[in-house]
Design a protein around this ligand. Structure first.
Ligand code: MMA
Ligand code: CA
Length: 145
């Protein structure tokens, strides 16, 4: 049913950077921040950094062609890559030779733009600045007071 609320949400999805893919909503940042600050931004939008569960989802994100943080880190335990919901990494899309923990200081995963295959992830220092993608079951709609 198309009602005023539905129209309002559709409008916000378009206006505020959210895109729907499958049953999920994705927010593509316009700014660049560290991994932690990016995650904080997602949480303020009642979302979290994106968790990539399938080849289709990987393809969807690759099409955006943006250098962005994903919700994957091994900061807690070197070499144990975990998603932000604590689930371990199963289907991985690392670039060839990655993750390599260069200089012993690369604990956060970024989606690189220059890969010509689906294998596009690289581990880089978490303090670097990149764009980010948040994922949620619902788009965040700011309440107008
Ligand atoms: C950079 C940096 C690393 C990456 C290598 C690959 C020199 O370091 O992006 O994270 O693994 O390039 O050559
Ligand atoms: Ca690396």
């Amino acid at each position: 049913m198309l009602n005023i609320t539905a129209l309002y949400i559709l409008e916000k999805v378009n206006l505020e950077g959210w895109k729907k893919y499958g049953s999920r909503y994705y927010y593509f940042s316009a700014e660049e921040k560290s991994w932690n600050e990016s995650r904080q931004d997602c949480r303020e939008r009642r979302a979290d950094l994106v968790i990539i569960n399938s080849r289709e989802e990987q393809e969807f994100i690759k099409k955006e062609n943006k250098y962005v943080w994903i919700g994957l880190s091994d900061a807690k335990s070197e070499g144990q890559w975990k998603w932000v919901d604590e689930s371990p990494l199963s289907t991985a899309f690392w670039r060839s030779g990655e993750p390599n923990n260069a200089n012993g200081d690369e604990n956060c995963a970024v989606f690189s733009t220059t890969a010509d295959t689906l294998k596009a992830w690289n581990d880089i220092p978490c303090s670097y600045e990149a764009g980010w993608i948040c994922e949620s079951t619902q788009p965040y709609v700011r309440r107008l007071q």
